[in-house]
Write a protein that binds this ligand. Structure first.
Ligand code: NAD
Length: 481
């Protein structure tokens, strides 16, 4: 059994009330570890450690902060296999994915922000007619809270922690209680890299207890949250009267719009990835596929053929392309949508069934699922299912598909496949989304702003945007007349 502990003030500790949660393995449903269900007192201890570390960390030279973050990146990379195995076991994702995407990206989050902070700048505004010069200071906020979900556990936790630390803040972080393992391993790496004690503190536990205690802590200055839209609403409600800075990265129901004039083979290969990577449990997955009517039949046939070839299997096998869904609760939630298909003017054209995997009979394996729907208003096209489930619909005109793409509460990302420049520019302008991909999907450049509109969130992460989020701006005006 793995005994996960909190990481507070550079040390590993059990929760004060000695309350524990089970950590189970999605591949076989077996409980293989315990993690703390931390209470408000644990969060308070983490806060105090961070608060005590802040005066020194906030004035530590940028060169030194950067060097420590780069060291953390190097150590994650050096421990790639250990981290990748832990991530797959905890989350159910194929080992090939955690080895090639999740863990390298966690390392590059530290590497990127370790370097970005050396280039971060503030502005000055001179008005010679008034004999004034204004200049802007960007100071770290103090102690900040970072709360992350289970789908990309270390990848998203470090996407928040790294810029917060780079900007000179101290952090109280809470990973998802569903996938705590790699966050636990991160503590060791931080000590080895020489991160001063208390600068980063990781408390484990349920959202409603540990998470809530972070959000309602009166002296935690900002909350960077990634997770579901309903949780985001709760957090916003709690944080608003405390006037905390908030960054909310929430759910998505992203359109994947395919025109007949696209590069068909590239589109097909990428659409397999954008539909089913990580068992469809990526907020950016293109779960609503709209295909121009003239190629709809051909696409449907080719797509089903390619999806049929995807290998569903245990996460630790190299050949596995689709692993297990993250938990029993989540598996049941995804299945509940599939069970309703017949009542929703829609048809399953592939999948929709639990997959028996030999030796892993109690794991949460679902075949990639394609559903044809008649209306974008259908709940299958309006709710975030967050599993290996996509819907297909034909469209007749640019206007019709644009209207359907935007007719949803979410607005995280959108993909458009076309070789028509005018069309790609018009769609880029008019799609209601924080991120638009033209002829690609999930090609990430960490310098770019990342976030959603409508119910997909508030604020932007990435690049200098997030360094601005994690700093307080002060303007100084000097009159030199
Ligand atoms: P979730 O909202 O259930 O949990 C996310 C985190 O919030 C967890 O650590 C949880 O413990 C914590 N939490 C829950 N209730 C809380 C509360 N009241 N106060 C404080 N913290 C609380 O989300 P999830 O199921 O872990 O993740 C899936 C969701 O995350 C999906 O909706 C997905 O779209 C979204 N997501 C969004 C992005 C993005 O960048 N926009 C990225 C990944 C995932």
């Amino acid at each position: 059994m793995i005994h996960i502990q909190n990481y507070i003030n550079g040390k590993f500790s059990d929760p004060i009330q000695n309350e524990w949660l089970d950590n189970s393995c999605p591949a076989d449903g077996v409980v293989y570890g315990k993690l703390p269900n931390s209470c408000a007192k644990d969060v308070q201890n983490a806060y105090e450690a961070a608060h005590n570390a802040f005066p020194s960390w906030s004035v530590t030279s940028i060169a030194k902060r950067s060097a420590i973050l780069l060291k953390i990146a190097a150590l994650i990379q050096a421990n790639l296999e250990r981290f990748a195995a832990a991530e797959s076991k905890d989350n159910g994702k194929p080992i090939s994915l955690s080895r090639s995407i999740d863990i390298p990206r966690a390392a590059s989050n530290f590497r990127f922000f370790g370097k970005a902070i050396t280039q971060f700048y503030s502005e000055s505004h001179e008005a010679r007619n008034q004999k004034t010069i204004n200049y802007t200071l960007r100071h770290p906020l103090g102690v900040v809270g970072c709360i992350s979900p289970w789908n990309l556990p270390l990848y998203l936790l470090t996407w928040k922690i790294a810029p917060a630390l780079a900007a000179g803040n101290c952090v109280v972080a809470k990973p998802s209680e569903v996938t705590p393992y790699t966050a636990f391993l991160l503590g060791e790496i931080c000590n080895e890299a020489g991160l001063p004690k208390g600068v980063l503190n990781i408390v484990h536990g349920l959202g409603a207890t540990t998470g809530q205690a972070i959000v309602e802590h009166p002296h935690i200055k900002a909350i960077s949250f990634t997770g579901g839209t309903e949780t985001g609403k709760l957090i916003a409600k709690t944080a608003a009267p405390l006037f905390k800075k908030l960054s909310l990265e929430l759910g998505g129901k992203n359109p994947n719009i395919i025109f007949a004039d696209c590069d068909y083979d590239k589109m097909l290969t990428t659409t397999i990835r954008s539909s089913f990577s990580n068992q469809g449990q990526i907020c950016l997955c293109g779960s609503r596929i709209f295909v121009e009517a003239s190629i709809y039949k051909q696409f449907k046939k080719d797509f089903v053929e390619r999806v049929r070839q995807l290998v569903v299997g245990p996460p630790n096998e190299e050949s596995t392309q689709i692993g297990a869904l993250v938990s029993k609760t989540h598996f049941e939630k995804v299945m509940s949508y599939i069970e309703e298909v017949d009542n929703l003017q829609s048809r399953i054209i592939f999948g929709g069934k639990r997959v028996p995997v030999e030796g892993y009979e109690n794991g949460y394996y679902l075949s990639p699922t394609i559903i044809e729907v008649d209306s974008n208003q259908c709940k299958l096209n309006q709710d975030e299912i967050f599993g290996p489930v996509v819907t297909l619909m034909p469209f007749d005109s640019d206007d019709a598909v644009l209207a359907m793409a935007n007719d949803v509460n979410y607005g995280l990302s959108a993909t458009v496949w076309t070789n028509n420049l005018k069309r790609s520019l018009l769609f880029s302008e008019q799609l209601e989304a924080g991120i638009v991909w033209i002829n690609t999907w999930m090609q990430r450049d960490l310098r770019t702003p990342f976030g959603g509109v409508k119910s997909s969130g508030v604020g932007r992460e990435g690049g200098f945007e997030v360094l601005r989020f994690f700093t307080e701006t002060k303007n100084i005006c000097i009159n030199y007349e």
